[in-house]
Design a protein around this ligand. Structure first.
Ligand SMILES: Nc1nc2c(ncn2[C@@H]2O[C@H](COP(=O)(O)OP(=O)(O)OP(=O)(O)O)[C@@H](O)[C@H]2O)c(=O)[nH]1
Ligand SMILES: [Mg+2]
Length: 371
């Protein structure tokens, strides 16, 4: 067993582990914070949590999520059987990833789109992947004012980005949180991400459908867009198609549509759909939902939907192994001691990288205690 398995990558503080923290982050959809009391609450059993999640008891669902988000070993020990018990009830949702530059209107869009779906009788869970939120403790937290309408919908569940830890940790927590939400009966899962580093690729690999929300005039031409993003996208929405900007947005959407045959389709048998919308005026949302439904129907009929999900599970296995190995290596006390020395030698040109790696690996695998 490696050292990292004993040492959590992020341990929530007492306050964060408490119900008070849980109900604070999703204020509006949970019970009010319990009064501060020196008497510790009885810990909830795995069976009670399983039941609670299945019946969409918000307090217990939030507690279950806090459990899977924690890396403390005592929490992980409880979280794994919980997920195991809930696994048969997962998978029954459409998972939608949404990305876009800051200011593109993601929060406004999710608020309007999510509310529309709730009104249609869907149960909508909104999760966020924001590696930069390590410092701010969850970007959606700051969005509460913008998601005012959605968080008050009885059918909506909004969860901020898990804070702290490497991208790998965020990856695992978001995937597991998604499974818990599905077991609680949420049939539309929206995963929002800001376009930071690898987070878009990571979200693409956990959702069925990926949307790029963009603007006219921001990066303007298609060539100017981050090429990598287009390769992940099933649909592009040109947002803020209202007021003076409306005609331009519609023109952009039609220009992009004409060029869409140039895009490499990310989903077999599916052509990227490009539309304009106004999240602010709630226009183009119905059309977008139709696109998502068409996508679900056609990919399920062709088997592409299920194949992607299986492949995603396989990728998750391998990425988890890689993350675990990396953590084991870098948290190993001997490696911590040796790495700076090798680093120095390499920087001064006294050692080659290849040789250093070979030697380090040898030390690591043999577990030698000294040079
Ligand atoms: N005119 C117009 N303004 C919009 C529309 N959608 C969003 N906005 C405005 O654009 C600004 C940014 O919107 P947000 O929803 O916060 O954008 P975001 O993508 O979540 O931004 P970050 O959270 O910073 O990544 C806000 O002032 C919104 O009111 C729209 O459809 N039309
Ligand atoms: Mg936002």
């Amino acid at each position: 067993m490696c050292d990292e398995m004993k040492r959590p990558e992020w341990v929530p503080s007492e306050e964060e582990q408490s119900d008070a923290f849980t109900s604070m982050v999703i204020k509006g959809v949970t019970q009010p914070s319990p009064p501060k009391s020196p008497v510790r609450k009885r810990s909830v059993s795995i069976d009670e949590l399983t039941e609670g999640v299945r019946s969409d008891n918000r307090t217990l669902l939030a507690q279950a999520i806090t459990l899977v988000e924690s890396s403390a070993s005592k929490h992980r020990e409880k979280a794994q059987p919980l997920i195991g018990q809930l696994l048969p009830y997962t998978g029954n949702s459409i998972r939608i990833g949404i990305t876009g530059v800051p200011g593109a209107g993601k929060s406004t869009f999710i608020e309007a789109f999510g509310t529309m779906l709730c009104e249609k009788g869907h149960k909508v869970a909104v999760l966020a992947v924001d590696p930069s939120s390590t410092l701010t403790r969850g970007s959606i937290l700051g969005d509460k004012t913008r998601m005012e309408q959605l968080i008050h919908q009885p059918n909506a569940f909004v969860r901020p980005s898990p804070s702290g830890g490497a991208l790998g940790g965020v990856n695992r927590r978001t995937r597991e949180t998604m499974l818990l939400c599905e077991a609680a009966g949420y049939d539309v899962i929206i995963v929002e991400t800001v376009g930071v580093g690898q987070s878009e690729g990571m979200v693409r690999d956990m959702v069925d459908f990926f949307l790029l929300l963009t603007l006219t005039g921001a990066g303007d031409e298609l060539q100017g867009m981050k090429r990598g993003i287009l390769e992940l996208t099933d649909s592009i929405l040109i947002n803020k198609a209202d007021g003076d900007n409306k005609i331009r947005a519609l023109q952009t959407a039609s220009l992009y549509t004409q060029m869409s045959h140039l895009f490499q389709p990310v989903t077999e048998g599916w052509t990227v759909r490009i539309n304009a919308c106004s999240a602010l005026h709630k226009e183009g949302l119905e059309e977008f939902w139709e696109i998502v439904q068409n996508f679900e129907e056609s990919t399920k009929a062709s088997g592409v939907f299920e194949r992607r999900r299986s492949k995603q599970k396989r990728n998750w296995l391998y990425s988890s192994i890689r993350e675990q190995l990396e953590q084991c290596f870098f948290s190993n006390p001997l490696m911590k001691e040796l790495l700076p020395l090798y680093e120095q030698e390499i920087m001064e040109g006294r050692q080659t990288v290849t040789k250093a790696v070979a030697q380090l690996m040898e030390h690591y695998l043999n577990g030698k205690e000294s040079l």
